[in-house]
Design a protein around this ligand. Structure first.
Ligand code: ADP
Length: 495
């Protein structure tokens, strides 16, 4: 077993991994940026080392620095968490070349699943149903229009290297194809330095269902049931639950088997997630594979009783999975809400500042994952996730009641959060009845929350706060304009 693990991440997921290390008597090494100098993860780890300035490119994405710290301190493994380097094949190879174990899949699996067109091609060869569309990049408007007619409008243009809901454009009629194609290419180039775009049929009102799989290096595979993540905003998950209230046993048997086949197709080991869209007839289509631990893994842990991070560490050390498929059963229901420092009433602008109050809920069936405490500074540099609040109950109803009770205990001051919005979702009759799909937020909350115009006063306030954090002059017109440009916020790293 490893003696020392470096955690190449920050916030709640860094703490989550350090906790697993402690339970396994493995020394933990934290790394941190300027903005995170006093963050809880730096104090909780056995050792902590400075990476560099606050922007990710100078800290959590500084490959050479991370690997050189790992070598210097004698870490025998690196856990990447999610985001940052977790799905970066070049990083995995560099870690392994340095004689250090990467806690995750092989670089070749990551490469195979990292490009969506290639992943779709591979999946269709292994009889995994994919969303109808192209498995090749679209090179020109005329080629794209021809393919779109065959597939049938509405279609989605998607970035082959995409992630975080970026680089997606919905096209409902042919007249809009050319401009959307160019816009999708531009966005793909900007976010992923790769303008490759392909087409998927736009599935109307599906549910987002994903399957947690696990493989060891000896060729054993299991699934740990499904999660439903249909409550989303701009293609980003807000509430996740396990199991899905929509999936019956027969469908569960089918989708989990297909997920295992998908994992086998790329010789996968360690924790992974196969994402699907499911229509109202329970037909499901492969969307993508996330070759890492998911943000929403706590709901799976709560219904299975497993510790996925410990299992990741075991498997990376070459051990056999500590359980068989037959050992697993779904126990109760779990729902997670992502608590973001953002303002739902103000175009979801990230809200920055000091956590003047941060009283987290507790009590039966409640789990909190957070990387912050009272006094922490929420900066603009990283994902504005401040906590994951997960509730477990014997039934979905009990889990939901506990989630609502916990939300009412959650006290945050100093930044604006989406807690009121999450409460509103929990009290929505369609959510309570489990009758929702990926368009739930738009259908139920448009107008009220999503598109409220930002007043000039609010912009001024945001400019002052953010400019002081970024150390730029708030009088800069360019900067002011960027504040109202949603793309600016979308550049932040979300998972
Ligand atoms: P990313 O990798 O950017 O997260 P995904 O392919 O995982 O993108 O899709 C993210 C979300 O976008 C899905 O959960 C779903 O809500 C929506 N989506 C993606 N593809 C389609 C599609 N073909 N039809 C309808 N909705 C889609």
């Amino acid at each position: 077993m490893f003696k020392k693990i470096l955690i190449a991440n920050r916030g709640e997921i860094a703490l989550r991994i350090i906790r697993a290390c402690k339970e396994m008597n493995i020394n933990s090494v934290a790394v941190y940026s300027e903005a995170d100098k006093t963050s809880p993860h730096t104090k909780y780890a056995d050792e902590a080392y400075y990476l560099g300035e606050s922007p990710s490119s100078e800290s959590y994405l500084n490959q050479d620095k991370i690997i050189s710290i790992a070598k210097q301190v004698g870490a025998d493994a690196i856990h990447p968490g999610y985001g940052f380097f977790s799905e970066n094949a070049v990083f995995i190879e560099a870690v392994e070349d340095a004689g250090i174990t990467f806690i995750g899949p092989s670089s070749s699996s990551v490469k195979m699943m990292g490009v969506k067109t290639a992943a779709r091609q591979l999946m269709s060869q292994y009889n995994v149903p994919i969303v109808p569309g192209t498995t090749y990049p679209i090179k020109s408007v005329s080629e794209g229009k021809e393919a779109a007619i065959k597939i049938g409008y509405p279609i989605l243009l998607k970035a082959a290297a995409g992630g975080g809901g970026k680089g997606m454009k919905l096209v409902t009629i042919q007249n809009e194809f050319a401009s959307s194609f160019e816009a999708a290419q531009r966005e793909a180039l900007k976010f992923f330095a790769d303008d490759t775009v392909y087409i998927e049929k736009y599935i109307e009102n599906p549910r987002h269902i994903e399957v947690q799989i696990f493989g060891d290096r000896l060729g054993n595979y299991v699934h740990i049931f499904e999660r439903e993540c249909s409550i989303q905003r701009r293609y980003q998950k807000i509430i996740e639950e396990a199991p899905s209230s929509f999936v019956d046993n027969k469908t569960r048997d089918k989708i989990t088997q297909v997920a295992i086949n998908a994992a086998k197709a790329c010789g996968y080991y360690n924790a992974g997630t196969i994402e699907f869209l499911m229509d109202k007839y329970s037909n499901f289509y492969f969307l993508e594979m996330n070759t890492r631990l998911q943000v929403e893994h706590p709901v799976t842990e709560m219904i299975s009783g497993l510790d996925l991070v410990k299992e990741q560490i075991n498997v990376a050390a070459g051990e056999k999975l500590s359980f068989d498929q037959g050992d697993l059963k779904i126990n109760g229901h779990s729902i997670e809400a992502r608590i973001y420092a953002e303002d739902p009433e103000n175009n979801f602008l990230p809200s920055t500042g000091k956590l003047l109050e941060f009283q987290i809920p507790s009590g039966p069936g409640i789990r909190i994952d957070t990387g912050f405490s009272r006094g922490s500074l929420i900066s603009l540099y990283y994902d504005p996730l401040i906590a994951k609040l997960s509730a477990w109950g014997r039934t979905r109803q009990e889990a939901l009641e506990r989630l609502k009770r916990a939300l009412s205990e959650f006290q945050v001051a100093g930044v604006t959060t989406n807690i009121p919005l999450v409460k509103a979702v929990c009290n929505n009759i369609n959510f309570i009845n489990g009758s929702y799909d990926i368009n739930f937020m738009e259908k139920e909350f448009t107008g009220e929350l999503q598109n409220r115009a930002v007043s000039s006063n609010e912009i001024e306030n945001a400019v002052v706060i953010i400019s002081s954090l970024l150390k730029v002059r708030s009088s800069s017109t360019e900067f002011k304009n960027s504040i109202t440009d949603n793309n600016k916020w979308n550049e932040l790293q979300y998972e």
